[in-house]
Design a protein. Structure first.
Length: 132
């Protein structure tokens, strides 16, 4: 199902006005509704995400430190909220959002900002599956 520009901008980690400018300049292909509104297909969103974010395996982790953990999911930083000693970081990965709580020092050390490419390293002894 095609997305509204505001929703697409959120998924891409960019501002709504930036996405509208891309649409007007022809950088983003859209579908126009009978009412004249723009909608953006999922495939078009994937085209806009840098190739490094969609690769899997070691080649998708090329710019990150070598580490034994295989569960690295590369995505784009949607939001960084720092509050005291802790920070909340939200990553968009393949249309899904992962939230991590890390130290504010770690955010500062990595220089994490909205729009940056980053990886979520998942280390767990269990993975639970939930079905609605």
């Amino acid at each position: 199902m095609p997305l509204k520009p505001r929703d697409a901008a959120l998924r891409l980690g960019i501002s709504y006005p930036t996405l509208k400018q891309w649409i007007y300049r022809g950088k983003v292909r859209t579908i126009t509704t009978p009412g004249g509104h723009h909608r953006i297909a999922e495939a078009e969103l994937e085209r806009l995400i840098p190739a490094a974010e969609t690769k899997t395996g070691p080649e998708g982790r090329r710019s990150f430190r070598k580490i034994s953990g295989r569960n690295q999911l590369v995505g784009r930083v949607l939001e960084v909220k720092v509050d005291g000693l802790m920070a909340q970081v939200r990553l968009s990965i393949g249309g899904q959002v992962i939230t991590s709580i890390i130290t504010a020092d770690a955010v500062a050390e990595m220089g994490l900002r909205k729009g940056d490419t980053a990886a979520a390293l998942i280390k767990s002894t269990e993975v639970m599956i939930v079905r609605p």
